[in-house]
Write a protein that binds this ligand. Structure first.
Ligand code: SF4
Length: 453
């Protein structure tokens, strides 16, 4: 399908071809689903909401609930006050959520709807029942990406809900970053192993990977409780994972409720997981359990067993900034050589950070998969890593491909197996080696074909 791509790179300012990102409300919707009893609400046209829901459904293979203000021509001209007010009344009457998390779309942002004012009027007009909560965040998609939308929703949890009672509790807040429910489960497991009491938000585990029981649950058992979001203001520390996704919420909580914060890279790979485990150990004034040390040891053993296959292998990689920072760090840890690293999310700061990790690589923020394809045509690589859209490039260039990041529409493992933590790094090692071995099994000459590679 992409066989016509040429190796000649022409610099483009105004056009993106196959962007390595998607729009802000998707991230906001995903974060809202990680709150128990929450109905994400898209303030804009039905089309945006349908796209965002279907994208998340395809990623997680679960039904994704969300409502929409259903803008028509009238709302597009006169504003969405009437639509959102009616929507809130209908949502609470029909679907009875604990909380509604409103996010904007391009259209409502261009109109300039004042969402806090609309929510206030709806409450005064009795459209929002007593004891129910409505929060909002602004997520226009002509800026940022799905990751900044996720960050905006997390900051909205803090801005609307976190409270300080004046009594500090021996609890650590964890913002897990834009990762899969399986990763969120692993981030919690590590905190439990180190013996730290925590509140994690959002928490999509047991929401978007809930077990089959033959019944439909509009609000599955999982998700951070609204009471816990409020209690975040009384914790003694916040650990944010992934600077782009978690810094706004962590900093706001520090400002609003004086909870000190520490923002770390996503715990993908050995060093980044060590940093997370160490932060937990220090916070809990506890020791890393032997079981976890042994888990780490098994990962190191696996890396050393396979190191000859990684040594100086060239990797092209694209994805979200927080994912890439840690993943590229891990590839360097295991001896591989990332040669081109791109993200669709804008960010010069991220480019500078990446250059510190891989000074010789071609690093670009606000770029696209078309550029990446052209680059690797001229500079061939041994491995490509990225979301599902990379498979078209991998096929055109016959490069081993490891799916990673968001969205993964055509595989299922990511919803069950984490990529964070030591266990996640083992899975990455497995996926990388298997992808490269599979290519050799397909292409080695008969006389070279080895049972033991
Ligand atoms: S880019 Fe804007 S208009 Fe398009 S789906 Fe996203 S929010 Fe809607």
């Amino acid at each position: 399908m992409l066989n016509g791509t040429t190796a000649e790179i022409r610099e483009r300012e105004a056009l993106r071809i196959n962007p390595a990102k998607t729009c802000q409300p998707i991230g906001a919707m995903y974060a809202a689903l990680g709150v128990h009893g929450c109905m994400p609400h898209s303030h804009g046209s039905q089309g945006c909401c349908a796209y965002h829901r279907s994208h998340l459904t395809r990623q997680y293979k679960e039904p994704v609930v969300a409502t929409t203000s259903s803008f028509t021509e009238g709302a597009s001209v006169f504003g969405g006050l009437a639509n959102l007010t009616t929507a809130l009344e209908n949502i609470f009457t029909i679907y009875d959520p604990e909380i509604v998390a409103v996010h904007t779309t391009c259209l409502s942002e261009v109109i300039g709807d004042d969402i806090p004012l609309i929510i206030k009027k709806a409450r005064e007009g009795g459209k929002i029942p007593e004891g129910k909560t409505v929060i909002h965040c602004n997520t226009p998609s002509f800026v940022g990406s799905h990751v900044s939308g996720f960050a905006a929703q997390c900051a909205a949890f803090v801005s609307y809900l976190a409270e300080s009672s004046g009594q500090t509790r021996n609890v650590v807040n964890i913002f897990p970053g834009f990762v899969d429910p399986s990763d969120m489960r692993e981030i919690k497991r590590l905190a439990q192993m180190v013996g730290v009491e925590y509140i994690m938000a959002p928490d999509a585990s047991d929401v978007l990977d809930s077990p089959y029981d033959g019944k439909y649950h509009m609000y599955p058992d999982g998700g951070t409780k609204v009471a816990d979001l409020k209690a975040m203001g009384d914790s003694f520390l916040t650990v944010g994972l992934g600077p782009l996704a978690s810094t706004p919420a962590a900093e706001l909580l520090e400002k609003k409720c004086q909870v000190p914060s520490k923002v770390l890279e996503l715990p993908i790979g050995v060093g980044a997981t060590d940093a997370y485990v160490d932060a937990l150990r220090l916070a809990g004034d506890t020791a890393v359990p032997q079981e976890l040390e042994r888990e780490r040891g098994r990962l190191i053993d696996m890396i050393s067993d396979m190191s000859q296959y990684f040594h100086q292998k060239k990797v092209a990689i694209f994805g979200d900034p927080d994912h890439l920072t840690s993943l590229v760090g891990f590839l360097v840890e295991i001896g591989m050589e990332p040669t081109v690293v791109i993200t669709g999310t804008p960010g010069k700061k991220w480019e500078r950070k990446m250059k510190e990790i891989v000074p010789n690589a071609e690093v670009r923020a606000f770029s696209d998969i078309h550029f990446l394809h052209q680059y690797i045509k001229a500079n061939p690589v041994d491995l490509l890593m990225g979301n599902t859209y990379g498979k078209l490039v991998a096929r055109a260039e016959n490069v081993p491909f490891v799916r990673f990041g968001f969205p993964i529409l055509d595989r299922v493992g990511h919803r069950a197996f984490p990529l964070v933590g030591y266990a996640g790094a083992m899975r990455l090692v497995e996926q990388i080696t298997n992808a490269m071995f599979d290519k050799r099994d397909r292409e080695d000459a008969e006389e070279d074909l080895e049972l033991v590679l």
